[in-house]
Design a protein around this ligand. Sequence first.
Ligand code: ZN
Length: 322
Amino acid sequence: MKACIAASVLLMVLLFGVPWLRYAPEKGQEEVPQPLSAAADVIRVWDGEKTLEMTMEEYLPGVVRGEMPASFEMEALKAQAVAERTYIYYKMADGGKPNHPDANVCMSSACCSAYTSAETAAAKWGSRAAEYESRIQKAVQETAGQVMLYGGEPIFAAFHSSSDGVTANSGDVWVSDLPYLASVASPEGADNVPNYYSTVTFSAEEFQQKFKAAHAEAVFGEDPQGWITDPVRNRSDRVETVTIGGVTVEGTEVRSIFALRSASFTAEATADSVTFRVTGYGHGVGMSQYGANELARQGKTWQEILHWYYTGISIESYVQTR
Ligand SMILES: [Zn+2]
């Protein structure tokens, strides 16, 4: 029987390429999904030192714990679980990243998704540990197998903490526009997001040092009030480009150089300092987590939340086959 399955899988590979991910057929259709295979369910996770092999059941709760407060509304937690599950399948199909070529994902939020083990989370949650862990498990289990697809493939399910009223188009932040990562309205604001508005002030000297470390060619005159010119805002009202010390840079790079919480900012100079006023937190693409929490409070389901933030996607039950 095993040999028979292996032979048929080999034939499928020869005919169709690697078919290890595919739709679960709708009920009533004649094709019966292959049973889940433990071997096919292995996610290769780089922990910073070595590659671990984890199942979806082991790995997925860890990234939901790591990426969204467990106190969030249940429908927001479910939306997060589906976004994370989709992202994992996207990465499994896409291969590794330059800093972990042999692993599908790593445990860093700067690269893939933050992973928090049950033990670490319990220590952090204290007396609420049992309640919060059950919420995480419920979010994962009640959306079991559900993923977001576009054109039949798992999407790059980007998400961020909070937006400035609208999410960003993927092409405003990264290389190109993806149809399902288009700018949409997002309902969160200062009333329901901690540190929604943030302010960072640099002395004139600090500002110059940080910018010149990235752009040594910049030229700064005596008065900081002439240093920052020609801000251009993009379609989602974040900073597209701005000229600093005569060098035109992208808003996303300014965010990185000065460690701003987002690229939705204004900059104001005085005779001896520069102050950034920033709205929201994160790159702004895809689902806003605080926005998802607000939509859930308004009574939206996890499916409605995902359709809100990811344009034109379908939500399907997905199984792995060998
Ligand atoms: Zn990574």
